[in-house]
Design a protein around this ligand. Structure first.
Ligand SMILES: [Zn+2]
Length: 367
């Protein structure tokens, strides 16, 4: 009798505990403002004015963003482990040859971390959403430059080592990454900082012309990717005879390239949810697949770079241009600083907007 009473009291306590940790409600596409709409995703939307706590709590319930966050948050730790392994096992301070790998691995940690933060906190408000994704785009541009820096040091085919293209490759990659951040930010808001007095919510380019904004964004990331991979495409497809650097790394490079194209295809086409809107709202929509393919692609790219780095070491140390601070960490720092400046300018009109009225939180669903 006593034990069954204790069990009942415990059950009530447990029930109370779960009612205190109340998971946020989810909404349909018709209940949230247009700025939050995702192509062919009908349900599972979080509140468009969620608190930071609600955003974090939502990671433990199934919404249409949950897997977007986890598919980048968990790989961040894997890439961080790879970076720490190199830092702890190699003599990185005195071994210039490892610097391009370190910059690349650092960029591999930054992009999934920025993305998972963006997906987590993007439903705090319309302006938070834009700013979160500006950082996401900046991190992707840094990753693109990190790839170029490591390609210049380890992947470029023998025939192109010390060529004019090789000399110009990193400066152009830095310029491309800055252009990429600018174009991706532009794809969300246009040049909003030129129109301080206008209401951003009413004029941002995504709402005005969804297709153009998508085209700009796809272009912002495919153009630097294609440029960065010119030496690799030459090595794998066009090069014949001597100087083509045909080694064991090539199969990893091919796997990475195929996954990169699949990643781009998923981002551009919104398949499979376009074929069956509402079917893939929570699991299996294109953005989740885009994250997964991107991360697996990065894994193969990492293996390819490490393989080339080890196999070509003795030869590259003699024939390749010197690896310096300026063509590794320096180039990445220039990219980071200018990208942060671009993000600041695009965020400025959002930050200077008058603070929304308290009632807006209540009315947000009717915007
Ligand atoms: Zn994403």
């Amino acid at each position: 009798m006593y034990s069954s009473l204790t069990r009942a009291v415990r059950a009530v306590h447990l029930g109370n505990m779960f009612s205190i940790i109340k998971l946020p409600r989810v909404f349909t596409v018709h209940q949230v403002p247009k700025a939050f709409h995702e192509d062919s995703i009908i349900s599972g939307y979080r509140h468009p004015r969620s608190s930071a706590t609600d955003c974090v709590l939502s990671l433990f319930q199934l919404t249409n963003e949950t897997l977007n966050v986890w598919t980048h948050f968990l790989p961040t730790w894997y890439f961080l482990w790879k970076l720490m392994t190199v830092l702890l096992t190699e003599n990185v301070w005195y071994e210039e040859y490892t610097w391009p790998l370190l910059v690349y691995l650092f960029s591999c940690c930054v992009y999934p971390l920025a993305s998972s933060c963006a997906h987590t906190f993007s439903t705090m408000s319309t302006r938070a959403r834009h700013i979160c994704y500006f950082f996401d785009y900046g991190a992707l541009s840094l990753y693109s430059l990190g790839s170029a820096i490591s390609y210049s040091a380890y992947v470029i085919p023998d025939a192109w080592v010390n060529s004019t293209f090789h000399t110009c490759y990193i400066p152009i990659a830095v310029f491309n990454s800055i252009l990429s951040t600018s174009l991706a930010c532009y794809s969300r808001l246009g040049f909003s900082f030129l129109h301080y007095t206008h209401n951003i919510d009413d004029r941002f380019s995504e709402r005005e012309s969804l297709n153009w904004s998508k085209v700009f964004r796809v272009l912002a990331f495919t153009y630097p990717y294609l440029f960065d991979n010119i030496p690799l495409f030459y090595r794998l497809v066009l090069c014949v005879g001597e100087g083509c650097t045909d080694n064991e790394a090539n199969s990893f490079h091919v796997q990475h390239t195929l996954l990169a194209f699949l990643t781009g295809f998923l981002f551009a086409t919104h398949l499979p949810e376009r074929l069956a809107p509402g079917r893939f709202d929570y699991i299996g929509h294109s953005h989740q697949l885009f994250h997964v393919c991107g991360v697996i692609g990065t894994h193969f790219q990492m293996k390819a770079i490490e393989t080339d780095m080890v196999l070509r070491r003795s030869q590259l140390l003699i024939s390749a241009p010197d690896i310096t601070i300026s063509n590794t960490v320096g180039a990445a720092l220039v990219c980071v600083c200018i990208s942060l400046g671009i993000i600041y300018y695009f965020s400025l009109p959002l930050l200077h907007r008058s603070t929304p009225h308290k009632d807006m939180k209540r009315n947000a669903l009717n915007e």
